[in-house]
Design a binder for this molecule. Sequence first.
Ligand code: HEC
Length: 413
Amino acid sequence: MNRLPALCLVVIFAACGSSSSLLPDGGSTPATGGGTGGGSAATAPTYYKDVLPITQVSCNNCHVAGGIAPFALDSYQAAKLKAPLMADAVANKRMPPWLASKSCGGPFVGDRSLSDAQIATITQWSEGGALEGNAADAPAPITTVEQLPKVDLTLQMPQAYTPTLRDDYRCFTIDPALTQQQVVTGYDINPGNRRVVHHVILYLVPRAAALAKDAQDATPGWECFGGANVNTEGTLGAWAPGGAPVLFPTNTGIRIAPNQVLAMQVHYNTENGAEPDQTSVKLMYGRGTEQNAYLLPLVADQFSIPPSAVGYAHSENFPNSLGFPIRVWGFLPHMHTKGTKISMTAPNNECLVDIPRWDFHWQTQYFRKVPVTIAAGGQISLNCTWDNPTAATVTWGEGTSDEMCFAFIFATL
Ligand code: HEC
C-alpha cells in the first residue's frame, strides 16, 4: 500500500508522458444548428453551416484520406453517406474517442468530447435528411492533423525487427547523440506496424549500458520483459493504442543528459502474425529553463480476478511519502483488454480522472490545465474494475492476456 514512496525514491524520477491530444478544444465550439424555431426547412441544420464547424475540429484530423480512421468524413458527399452512423457514434459517445468523464478532474487539455449541443446538431442534421446547405456558409479551413508544433530530432530503430515470441518484449537503443543536456517538452512515437506493436515505453539509460546489452547478440536490441533490463534513470514517454503526440504542460520538461540514450521497449504481440516493425520517435526540445517533470508509476498489482468474474474491483493507495508536496499535471491510466473501468482519486476524495467505459484501443495521457497538489502524506488511490470471461484466474502480468491496474502520473515539485 505504500509503494509510491519506494518507487519515487528508487526509480521514479524518470519522466514520461504518453498521449495528450493536440487538438484544439473540440468541446468549446457552440453548436449553431438545433433550430431556434420556425419552419423546419429553414432551420434544419446543414452540412456547411452547422456540421462542418464541428467535424473539421473534432473528426477530420482522423477521418481524412490517409488518417487513422477507416473512412473519410471531410466532404459533404462522404459525410452524407455516413450521416446516420455519425449520429449514432456521437450520441453514444463512441466518437470522437475520449474516454475521460467530463464530470471528473478536468478540464483536460485537448478534450475531444463534444458538447450536448454539438451532439444534438449532428443528430438533427442526420434526421433532417443530411442537408448540404450553402457552401458559402462553410467555416474557414483549419489544420487539424495531430502533430508536434516543432520537431527537433527524429530517431528510428536502426533496423527493422520481426518479433518471434507471442508476447515479445524487445528494447532498442535510440541514441539522440547529445553533446549537451536537452529538455524534452514533447514527443511523438510512431509505431512502425500497428498490427504487432502493443505498446512502446521510452526509458532513459546510460549509453554504455545500452550498448553493452545491445552487443550481446546479433539480433537488433535485447530482450527486456517488464522493464528495460538495464538500470534505468528515468522514463520519457509511452505510447499505447490510441496515443497521439504528447506535449508536456507549459514550462515543464524531462531532461536527457549527453551520456544517456533512450532504451525503447516495444511490446510486440504476434497473435495476428509476426510482421517486421521499425518504430520511430520525434522529440521536441525546450529552451532549457523548464521545470523538471517526472513520470511516476503507480503499480496496483495485488489483485487476483476469479474466473468468470463480472465487475471485479480492486483499489490501492499510493501515499506521497517524499516529505514535500508534489504537483500532479497528468495521468496515464492503463489496463489490458479485460478492464471495464479505471479511476483515480486524491486524498480529499477529489476525483482526478474517471474512465467509466475503458477501451484498450483508446489510451491516452490526460493533462490538467491546472495541476493538483498532493501534500506530503496525501495519498492517491487507483481503482480498477474488470470482467473476466475466461475460465482462469487472471493476475498482474506483462502478457496481453494478463491484466494490469497501472497509471503513470506526470508530476513536478
Ligand atoms: C482520434 C481519431 C478520431 C477522431 C477524432 C474521430 N474518429 Fe471516428 N473513428 C476513428 C477510428 C480509428 C475508427 C475505427 C475504429 C473504431 O471504430 O474505433 C473510427 C470509427 C468511426 C465510426 C464507425 C464506428 C462507430 O463507432 O460507429 C464513425 C461513425 C465515426 N468514427 C465517426 C466519427 C465522428 C462523427 C467524429 C467526430 C465527431 C469522429 N469519428 C472522430 C478515429 C477517430
